[in-house]
Design a protein around this ligand. Structure first.
Ligand code: HEC
Length: 127
């Protein structure tokens, strides 16, 4: 019983004392100032062929160095990679963007030996 009374006193008295002492707090004015920070990583963006579509769809999770270090792949493999990014990892990639992304990736990486480019935008589709 004594302990409960003590706890009650400790929790109420400081607030009551402050209020009784007439202490007022000025209306706080938050003054936000711009800060400059250097984040780890290069902050690099994709440049060169297909840069715009890769900056929009891949930079969110991958540095250009990561994607550019991938080997040459046939278009259909890139397509399933991009689809996997969306379906497995939640990348916000719209269906309409996929052909442009695949074209950009094939253009940047080239095709593996033995994968002759097909018609426009269908590079490597045959095989
Ligand atoms: C929402 C985040 C996200 C976005 C956006 C994203 N990826 Fe990924 N990506 C991942 C994750 C997670 C992995 C798996 C990493 C691991 O296994 O360590 C990955 C792995 C990869 C790999 C390695 C092979 C593999 O399948 O694991 C490649 C290549 C790749 N991504 C390419 C791309 C390309 C190209 C784009 C843009 C079209 C893209 N990613 C967009 C999350 C993303």
């Amino acid at each position: 019983m004594r302990t409960r009374y003590l706890i009650f006193l400790l929790s109420v008295v400081p607030g009551a004392t402050l209020a009784a002492s007439g202490v007022t707090f000025p209306a706080s004015k938050i003054d936000l100032k711009p800060q400059s920070v250097t984040l780890p990583g290069s902050g690099a963006r994709y440049e060169g062929p297909g840069a715009a579509v890769l900056n929009t769809n891949c930079l969110l999770c991958h540095s250009p160095a990561f994607v550019d270090s991938q080997p040459p792949l046939p278009a259909d493999v890139w397509k399933s990679e991009v689809t996997k990014m969306r379906d497995s990892f939640g990348a916000p990639i719209g269906d309409a963007a996929i052909p442009d992304i695949v074209r950009a990736l094939v253009e940047r990486h080239g095709l593996p030996a033995g994968n002759a480019p097909g018609g426009e935008g269908e590079a490597g589709a045959s095989g």
